[in-house]
Design a binder for this molecule. Structure first.
Ligand SMILES: [Zn+2]
Length: 433
């Protein structure tokens, strides 16, 4: 009997800690650094001591994102485990038909239940009786699967905001015109919200999204001193979250996943396809919605056979245009067919390296910018668009070799960490253990 007890004790040491602490006593914290390119970590002098420590204690790799390499589609892919042909996200909001001109507009304020077409990992966690929280996550308006919300558009009358004001963590002045506050202040406020949630509520799943690096990359381009400053600033935000976990005594039962949604490219020239189309007499029939490194071309699908070749001809010699992709190329890019999703366009344009699309009225077709700037939206197969994946803490084996992963694998990884099922997901759990 004694031997048996000893044997059992021995085996319990061999069982990974992973299985030992029930999910409802654990935290999975997903921190998204918007626009953090995987290639940034190749620079050994990148000022990121906190991220380096998380990697040293855990593991990191490059991901392949989904098309379009835009914020909301990729954040939604990471919580659903499917690509944009299934999530319903093709822009930073739902693309709605206006019935007039322009024929489409992007609507970010629809409810999550209308916007996201498949179950999410936070829905699965919520249904399993776990608690969930989001800070500045996207496509989460009125999401029933989220216990605590601190929104991108935080206001002093939100329930969590009121609670934080009552406890002296925030003031109502902090939240006055919050969406118009500078992005560094907002990222700091979102960090305060994340640390508050960790301290006071210990949600089993916490999704946090920081925006400042994306803004800086758009204005100054990746690789600039401004970008390095924003990255150092974000490293400090992550450090505050790690410290909050430590202070709450949850370090040995918390998993950190630090991710991004897309990379970035610098550009010095802008392409305005609408001007080329107007010059060809197509200005009132064809509409272009620019998305940085790609552009969506809309025209009446009933006239596709007639208009398609004319549009292609009008664009074929435009400087900076790389590819014109028709519906026959959409499936391979993980995009839906125009007849399946009313958000879809008839043609997709992609830009060459060094170029980005704009949709201004008038001006030249292709023009130089005053200074270097940055864009994303280039095809997900472009390594510069690769997002980063860092896993550290509970259930993560230090030095685990991951190889390249897909960002749709993130949802299944979260589901596995929390012990919940996400049957619709097409990604697979990342082998972090
Ligand atoms: Zn983004």
């Amino acid at each position: 009997m004694k031997t048996l007890v000893r044997l059992a004790a021995c085996f319990s040491l061999l069982i990974p800690a992973f299985a030992q602490t029930p999910a409802r006593e654990r935290m999975v914290i997903v921190i998204s650094l918007d626009g953090f390119p995987a290639f940034a970590l190749d620079d050994p002098k990148l000022p990121v001591p906190t991220l380096r420590q998380l990697i040293k204690d855990g593991t990191a790799t490059r991901m392949t994102g989904v098309n379009p390499t835009v914020t909301w589609p990729n954040h939604t892919a990471m919580v659903t485990g499917v690509r944009s042909d299934e999530t319903g996200l093709l822009a930073n909001g739902t693309i709605v038909r206006t019935g007039g001109w322009p024929p489409v507009k992007v609507e970010p304020m629809l409810d999550k239940e209308q916007m996201v077409h498949v179950p999410t990992v936070y829905d699965a966690a919520h249904q399993a009786g776990l608690t969930t929280a989001q800070v500045d996550w996207v496509a989460v308006n009125k999401a029933p699967g989220i216990t605590w919300n601190f929104n991108e558009w935080a206001t002093a009358d939100g329930p969590l905001e009121q609670e934080m004001i009552r406890k002296g963590v925030l003031t109502s002045a902090d939240l006055e015109n919050f969406t118009k506050s500078n992005i560094l202040f907002r990222d700091q406020t979102w960090t305060t919200a994340a640390t508050y949630l960790i301290r006071e509520h210990k949600p089993n799943l916490l999704l946090v999204h920081f925006l400042s690096l994306d803004s800086v990359h758009h204005t100054y381009g990746p690789g600039s001193l401004a970008a390095a400053s924003a990255i150092a600033f974000l490293d400090g935000c992550v450090a505050r979250i790690v410290d909050a976990v430590r202070a709450s005594g949850m370090t040995d039962r918390t998993t950190f996943l630090v991710v991004s949604d897309h990379g970035f490219r610098k550009y010095t020239k802008q392409v305005n396809p609408g001007v080329a189309l107007a010059a060809a007499g197509l200005g009132e029939q064809v509409f272009v919605l620019p998305e940085g490194g790609s552009a969506y071309v809309y025209f009446d699908s009933a006239k596709a056979a007639e208009l398609g070749p004319v549009v292609k001809k009008a664009l074929e010699n435009v400087e900076g245009l790389d590819r014109i992709v028709g519906p026959d190329g959409f499936a391979a890019m993980g995009l839906p067919q125009p007849d399946r999703d009313p958000q879809m366009y008839q043609l997709l344009l992609t830009a060459r390296d060094g170029y980005s699309f704009i949709g201004a009225t008038g001006g030249p077709v292709t023009s130089a910018t005053l200074q270097q700037a940055g864009s994303h939206g280039y095809p997900a197969s472009d390594p510069a668009m690769d997002p980063v994946f860092i896993a550290s803490g509970y259930g993560v084996r230090p030095g685990a070799r991951l190889g390249r992963i897909q960002n749709i694998d993130v949802a299944s990884t979260i589901a596995e960490l929390l012990g919940v099922a996400l049957p619709n997901a097409k990604g697979k759990p990342v082998p972090i253990r």
